[in-house]
Each structure stands twice: as structure tokens, then as C-alpha cells.
Design a protein around this ligand. Structure first.
Ligand code: IPE
Ligand code: IPE
Ligand code: MG
Length: 249
């Protein structure tokens, strides 16, 4: 079995981001409706949240519904919204038990009122928790996020609160939905697709990317540990040479 060794624990990703993909194909391969794939996928979410908590990972961000996913058939969209609402309602007691702080990024205004109320309730209830920060990306698109941030910055510039000549990357990042979250160290995408699909374009600048052919409903604890072990074996150079890194220790 793949093991995350004790030594490897200090190289644990701080922030793990996941593009949970392949629910539909998982269902199709079993001649089941797509919704069954999403339901099974929700079980994988529960397992991954649990494992990340146990491993002491600080931040877990899951791409659950993209801004572009609104264009799917209406029946699938509403089934996903229903599933989301049920999932949140069921999971809040568990989040309280495990000290998980719940968070959402994306354009919340697009979400149905009842879903939004459920999300806001979960955010408020778990706000004081100090363990894993679980962020769901909902109605999220990275380009939309960057445009939104630029708009907020422009308002502050127009109000004379910010001098555009002095705006740093760090200043700009405060206008993103992810303000307050560290950048992801590791991005996992399941189902064999090797693309980012408009997820965290700004924040993933230096993330390690890990792709697996396994569909999200089949993604297991072993697979998660395998991805983390792979991450731990990589040398993150951030533009430097390998020799420079060695000299730094
Ligand atoms: C990921 O699975 C879940 C969402 C995007 C909501 P998909 O529904 O994209 O599954 P595939 O890619 O069609 O197999
Ligand atoms: C990305 O998956 C969005 C989520 C996982 C929520 P998609 O299935 O929507 O992405 P594409 O269409 O394959 O790029
Ligand atoms: Mg997909």
C-alpha cells in the first residue's frame, strides 16, 4: 500500500485542490443515470474530507460546479443543486465533530435561494472551527473571478483608496474569492482529462499537477495517498536551479 511516511508528513501539501471529474462517465459505464455518478461522487467527497482532516492538511478546495456547468441540461443542473443542498445539510454535524471550517468560492448570487441559504448556514455554523478549511468552488470560473477582482480594485481606485501604481500581486489577490487562502500546492484531476477547465488560474501558478485516469466516484484513500506521495517526491524549484535549492537546505 502507498504510504505517506512520517518523514513525508512535513512535506504534506498545505493546500490541496481537486477537480472532481468523471461522475457521468462512471455512471454511463454502469448503464446508470448520470445522477447516480454524482451521488457516488458525494461519497468520495466525504472520504477525502475525512482523510485530509486526519492527515493534517490545512486547506482542501474542491471544484464542485463550474460557471460553465450551468449550460448542462436543466434536469442535471437541478439534480446537482438538490444533491448539494442535501450534502451540506447532512455534513454540517460531521464538520462540527471534525473541526472543519466550511467555505465557498464562486458567484453565489447565481445559486438558487434555498441552496444559498443552506451554504450560508453551514459557513456561519462552522466559522469558529480551526481544523481543515474545506472550500467548495460553486458556480466558479477563474476568469470571471479575475474580472470580478479587477472590478473591485477599480472601485477602490476610483474612490481614491488605492494608488494603481503601487498595487502588488499580494494586494490584487485580496480581491479574489480566495482571499485569505494560501495558493494550492497540489492539484489533482481525476478521469484522465489533462486540463484546468477555468479553475483557480491565478492561484495555481506554481502548483504541482497530478492527473489520474480514475473517475471521481472510484477515487480511493489509496489513490489520494499515492498522489500525495508523488507530490512529496517532486522538487519544487519556483524558478531557481536545483543547486540553488540545495545550497538553501
Ligand atoms: C464531474 O463529473 C462533476 C461535475 C462537473 C458537476 P462530470 O459530470 O463532469 O462527469 P463526466 O466528465 O461527464 O464523466
Ligand atoms: C470541471 O469539470 C468542473 C468540475 C469538476 C466541477 P467539467 O467536466 O465541467 O470540465 P470539462 O468540460 O471536461 O472541461
Ligand atoms: Mg466532466
Amino acid at each position: 500500500m502507498t504510504d505517506v511516511t512520517a518523514a513525508g508528513r512535513d512535506k504534506m501539501p498545505h493546500h490541496l485542490a481537486i477537480i472532481m471529474d468523471g461522475n457521468g462517465r462512471w455512471a454511463k459505464a454502469r448503464m446508470l443515470p448520470r445522477l447516480m455518478g454524482h451521488r457516488k461522487g458525494a461519497e468520495t467527497v466525504r472520504m477525502v474530507v475525512d482523510e485530509c482532516s486526519k492527515l493534517g492538511i490545512g486547506y482542501l478546495t474542491l471544484f464542485a460546479f463550474s460557471a460553465e456547468n450551468w449550460s448542462r441540461p436543466m434536469s442535471e443542473v437541478s439534480a446537482l443543486m438538490n444533491l448539494l443542498k442535501k450534502y451540506i445539510r447532512m455534513e454540517v454535524p460531521r464538520m462540527m465533530r471534525d473541526n472543519v471550517r466550511f467555505n465557498v468560492i464562486g458567484n453565489r448570487n447565481d445559486l438558487p435561494e434555498d441552496v444559498r441559504a443552506e451554504l450560508e448556514d453551514a459557513i456561519t455554523t462552522t466559522a469558529g472551527n480551526t481544523g481543515l478549511t474545506l472550500t467548495l468552488a460553486l458556480s466558479y470560473g477563474a476568469r470571471q473571478e479575475i474580472v470580478h477582482a479587477a472590478g473591485l480594485l477599480a472601485v477602490d481606485v476610483a474612490a481614491g483608496k488605492v494608488d494603481p501604481a503601487t498595487v502588488t500581486e499580494r494586494d490584487f489577490a485580496r480581491y479574489l474569492y480566495t482571499s485569505g487562502l494560501p495558493d494550492p500546492d497540489l492539484l489533482i484531476r481525476t478521469s484522465g482529462e489533462m486540463r484546468i477547465s477555468n479553475f483557480l488560474l491565478w492561484q495555481l501558478a506554481y502548483a504541482e499537477l497530478y492527473f489520474t485516469d480514475i473517475n471521481w466516484p472510484d477515487f480511493s484513500r489509496q489513490e489520494l495517498l499515492k498522489a500525495i506521495a508523488d507530490f512529496q517526491s517532486r522538487e519544487r524549484r519556483f524558478g531557481l536551479t536545483g543547486e540553488q535549492l540545495k545550497a538553501r537546505g
